[in-house]
Design a protein around this ligand. Structure first.
Ligand SMILES: [Zn+2]
Length: 64
């Protein structure tokens, strides 16, 4: 016997989150060849982000 099954669609409902302004605070920063790499943490939601600041005052000199 064959029962035609329709593929069920599962809708993932993402609850609308209230607007949250991240309160990024720099926890640590490292100077790399790409720029100033800073690890920032938001105390509001606990997220982390890595920020690369290429506009550091350091002038990169390429070694031939
Ligand atoms: Zn946040």
């Amino acid at each position: 016997m064959s029962t035609a099954r329709r593929p069920e669609r599962h809708l993932v409902v993402v609850p609308a989150q209230p607007p949250h302004r991240h309160d990024w605070q720099t926890r640590s920063c490292h100077r790399t060849s790409q720029g100033l790499l800073s690890y920032e943490h938001c105390g509001g939601c606990g997220r982390w982000r890595v920020h690369l600041n290429r506009t550091a005052t350091t002038t990169l000199v390429e070694v031939p």
